[in-house]
Design a protein around this ligand. Structure first.
Ligand code: SF4
Length: 480
């Protein structure tokens, strides 16, 4: 993934029915760390009493002591890894959120983005609601609090019927763990088992780390309630479509995860094979931009017969918070993360495989690096169609004006990046790689709005000019 590209969203995890629920949750969040590195939090419940620990930084830096884990008592817990847009880095926005409601304690963790949260927030404030965060997710808590439903499930359904957007939620109440996926199923959520305990997680890799079993994906628009009686499933929403984010397969999800019952690694290899079929080129070596370009490059190499090699090496120890010590070395930024391996590149005609081009600035630096290492030709192949639109469903993308493909033809982009040739997988090629014959242009099988502009959920706030594009609304804070 280009450094100037998409940024991960969030990861959620919940477990019901084990004595060390918080330790399991910390491990589950650790497996989901790729979905958000800004902050992490866990809320547990023991005999009606809730315990919370939320902090900036990585899971391993914050949930690493018997003191912290031991303080999160109870046999059920939920957790959240957060990635926020600029300006949203405040303690008050770290999830899970917790509130004391009329029916008891209520904790909530959310992956996604609500597209009418700003509109709802204005309405709630005019009714006297006091918001304590700048996150869209808090809108759900207020709507649940104000609902007159007789049970917590009724209240959650009544709240969610008022929100638009993308959400995979895990909710903890004194009696139950609840999981919900929005009616379009934009963000993933899986159900698993670890011994006798039930687990909900953004991806199945969070089950593997616990030695658990994948049971199934939560369906779009499905609500599951897990309590002492077991698992109950409901479909409370009328119009349900399946519009999973297709970019989960290209980049977000871990390659060892199952997403909607498909192995992400295999899909990425199929994408590479489609790329080789659609836009193969005479070359000596196939080189991935690591890590996310690796499976597609393997698939390209296998399908084309061109050997695979590691022509770019990634430094895995670069923290997100690294600050270049002075302006004089700032231009070296890209080399912090990637370095060209001239032993694999010198004199070669190189097929360079990356997952996407967003602004294009990092792609240009990587191509320059590969040429300086002696590559004779550089042919770039991209594992997603041109990114022409922003995401409003929980993924941090630049505004349209900054998206290279929204403003330039492929030929122009090739010149700007400095490659001998550039090709993107076609939208139908991407759909074939995920197991469809082609994109159904009447009712597309996935959300692909950042490539097509076909947004499956109304962009209420954006169209009304309300609030931020992503999770953070109105207030730009530096601390709290
Ligand atoms: Fe995924 Fe793109 Fe849709 Fe956002 S707009 S949910 S990144 S496919």
């Amino acid at each position: 993934m280009a450094l100037d590209g998409f940024h991960e969203e969030c990861g959620v995890f919940g477990i019901y029915g084990t004595t060390d629920a918080s330790a399991h949750t910390a491990l589950g969040l650790h497996a989901l760390q790729h979905r958000g590195q800004e902050a992490a939090g866990i809320v547990s419940c023991d005999d009606g009493q809730f315990f919370s620990h939320r902090a900036f930084g990585l899971v391993g830096d914050n949930f690493n002591s018997a003191e912290v884990i031991g303080g999160l008592k109870g046999a059920q817990a939920i957790g959240h890894n957060r990635y926020s847009t600029a300006g949203g880095a405040t303690m008050r926005n770290i999830q899970p959120f917790y509130a004391d409601l009329a029916l008891g304690g209520f904790a909530l963790a959310h992956n996604g983005n609500l597209t009418n949260a700003g509109t709802l927030r204005r309405q709630l404030i005019s009714r006297g609601a006091l918001f304590s965060s700048t996150s869209d997710t808090e809108v759900i808590v207020h709507l649940v609090a104000l609902s007159d439903g007789q049970t917590i499930e009724d209240r959650v359904v009544s709240a969610l019927k008022q929100v638009d957007g993308a959400y995979s939620l895990v909710i903890l109440t004194p009696q139950s763990l609840v999981g919900v996926r929005d009616p379009n199923g934009v963000r993933p959520l899986v159900l698993g088992k670890v011994g006798d305990a039930f687990v909900l997680a953004s991806e199945s890799c969070a089950l593997d780390i616990l030695g658990g079993d994948y049971v199934r994906d939560i369906a779009p628009g499905e609500m599951v309630v897990i309590d002492a009686q077991g698992v109950r499933s409901m479909q409370p929403f009328d119009a349900v479509k399946n519009r999973l984010c297709i970019f989960e397969y290209v980049y977000f999800a871990r390659p060892d995860s199952m997403v909607d019952n498909k192995n992400v690694y295999h899909v990425r290899k199929f994408i590479g094979a489609e790329l080789a079929r659609e836009s193969g080129v005479d070359a000596d070596v196939v080189v991935p931009v690591p890590d996310s370009g690796v499976p597609a490059a393997i698939g390209y190499a296998e399908a084309s017969g061109v050997p695979f090699d590691l022509g770019i090496i990634r430094n895995h120890y670069v923290g997100r918070t690294f600050i270049e010590p002075s302006d004089s070395v700032r231009h070296l930024g890209v080399k912090l993360k990637h370095n060209a391996n001239s032993a694999a590149l010198a004199g070669k005609r190189v097929v360079l495989v990356d997952d996407s081009i967003v602004r294009g600035t990092t792609s240009k630096k990587i191509v320059t690096m590969v040429r300086e290492a002696g590559a004779a030709e550089v042919h770039m192949r991209i594992a997603s169609p041109p990114t022409t639109h922003s995401c409003y469903y929980g993924v941090d993308t630049p505004e349209r004006s900054q998206l290279l493909a929204a403003n330039h033809s492929t030929e122009e982009m090739a010149k700007l990046i400095g490659v001998d040739s550039l090709a993107f997988i076609t939208i139908d090629g991407l759909y074939r790689a995920v197991g469809e014959a082609k994109r159904d242009n009447t009712t597309p099988q996935f959300c692909d709005a950042c490539f097509s502009g076909d947004y499956p959920v109304p962009l209420t706030d954006h169209e009304a000019g309300i609030g931020g594009k992503q999770r953070d609304l109105f207030v730009r804070e530096v601390s709290s």
